[in-house]
Design a binder for this molecule. Structure first.
Ligand code: HEC
Length: 102
């Protein structure tokens, strides 16, 4: 019984770590997103029409756009270049970060 409980706790801990990883880290994203804010504004609150507002957008939406830019299925000369340097984890993290900005 005790062993079963311990195994369960272990399983839950592992699960929460891996899902936090998959969801992306707001803290890591804040660091990784520094370069993005030159164009997209502080926290993604762009004030220029040519640069989309990223602040508060759904993480799933941001993620999808970044994967598309990286794959080249969504075309933009600037963002295709930006996205090629992002790993999957970078995409998760910056998406979580911009989503967290109110
Ligand atoms: C040199 C300026 C510049 C930089 C730096 C930049 N972007 Fe962009 N970004 C743009 C422009 C311009 C667009 C609009 C592209 C279009 O019209 O399709 C865009 C579009 C996007 C979109 C799509 C938004 C939407 O509403 O569909 C996302 C997401 C995005 N950028 C994320 C990022 C991230 C993350 C970074 C940093 C890794 C970054 N950008 C860095 C200029 C920039």
């Amino acid at each position: 019984m005790l062993m079963a409980n311990l195994a369960m706790i272990g399983g839950i801990t592992l699960m929460s770590i891996s899902s936090a990883h998959a969801k992306g880290s707001v803290e890591a994203g804040a660091v990784k997103a520094r370069a993005c804010q030159v164009c997209h504004g502080k926290g993604g609150k762009s004030t220029k029409e040519v640069y989309p507002i990223l602040a508060g957008q759904h993480a799933a939406y941001l993620r999808k756009q970044l994967y598309a830019f990286r794959a080249g299925t969504r075309k933009d000369p600037i963002m295709n270049g930006m996205a090629t340097s992002l790993s999957d984890q970078d995409i998760e993290d910056v998406s979580a970060f911009f989503n967290s900005v109110e």
